[in-house]
Design a binder for this molecule. Sequence first.
Ligand code: TYD
Ligand code: MG
Length: 468
Amino acid sequence: MPKTKTRYVCQVCGSAQAKWQGKCPDCGEWNTLVETVIQEPAPGRGATVISAGATGPQALPDIPADGYERIPVSIAELSRVLGGGIVPGSVVLISGDPGIGKSTLLLQLCASLAEGGGPVLYVSGEESASQIKLRAERLGIVTPHILVLAETHLESIASHIEKTQPRLVVVDSVQSIYSDAIPSGAGSVTQVRDCSAALLRQAKAQTFPLFLVGHVTKEGAIAGPRVLEHMVDTVLYLEGERFHSFRLLRATKNRFGSANEVGVFEMAERGMVEVKNPSEAFLAERLPNSAGSAIAVTMEGTRPILVEVQALTSATSFAQPRRTANGVDFNRLLLITAVLAKRARIRLADQDVFANVVGGLEVEEPAADLAIAAAIASSARNRPVAADLALIGEVGLSGELRSVGQLPRRLNEAAKLGFTRVLVPRSVVRKLEHPPAGLEVLGARTLREALEIALVGGETDEAADRSG
Ligand code: TYD
Ligand code: MG
């Protein structure tokens, strides 16, 4: 009989306390400790350790390379995020808001792998088999090689995996799985952690890739124990705005590839469609030569993406003018408006300022500062930003333009999209060795100088200063 003990387990971070407390001492959350009966591990069965076996320590050059062959994935955007196909035996945790498209994407992944023959197993703990069939029909998936198992009982799932020897297993979601061997409720931290660990061990032993869907908390973190992220090989987040169709699949951890990769999809009538050229998609509805719009070149991981930043300034009817940011960091917007007012003499003290990134994308990089500033100035001065111009640069508090990383990639992307001029901090122009053909690289030292170059037509700054 295994020994048991009672502990108070935090439902957010998974730490176990001997006494009940109102606040978790580890993560600081309130009212998250839940009384839990924990089994003492049998002797010798504690945490998993990688045994060095009979060989003992080995000199680096003597260690044979782990020649795993990746399973190709025909969905290229997903493949790139995984690091170029799926490593057998690897465990991938994918999470994101409800309704964002996790189940849809994973069913499409199943279909992609089923093309190669051999069964893939889709375990659903939340939807019935017929609901999954409905989704598959909608996606045009008819293959007999996808086996659907509507089951939440861990031991049954494990035995079905054992029997069917699938090429891929999807478990949707880990929060819905429970095991008899664990004496706490389904969905509790202990259940989620231990069920995941059991599935993970089976994946490693039978060398099938395992995809786990994990729910997110209100704050956007993966619900359940933090250790889940440490256990798995890869953590993916599917993001997007509810009312926009673009979805970003982002790797935040990847033992078998870059943790910076981003895949872009669009949620369409028939599932998640790859967006091969995100910049083109994000700029599709742009109105050239309209005031208040500027093009930024931001990096999503290693991938440059051109986005349209829009701004609108309008006379305020409040004592305190409002600042509203959508897809732009709010504090960054405050900083940029302050610098515009003080260093570039754009009058904003009596103006509400709205800034928006088109397409529902979140732009966090300071490299987009210059485009945000130009869009605001453009709206305030009612002068459009030149239609053939893309803007790259961080704005400093003194109104200076600061250099940003990965400039060559950004310039190539701008050139590819047909931009003929790009405005960057002057300090980086000299260092640029081979700007792409057909792209004129303009340098500016300050925000004020940059606006002189970027804004076309209309009244001059001096006239505006006099009239404003
Ligand atoms: P789903 O994959 O169930 O999301 P998750 O598993 O992350 O909760 O996606 C649900 C949403 O996607 C739902 O609002 C309907 C929409 N959808 C489409 O727009 N097109 C499709 O082809 C499918 C299957 C779903
Ligand atoms: Mg789902």
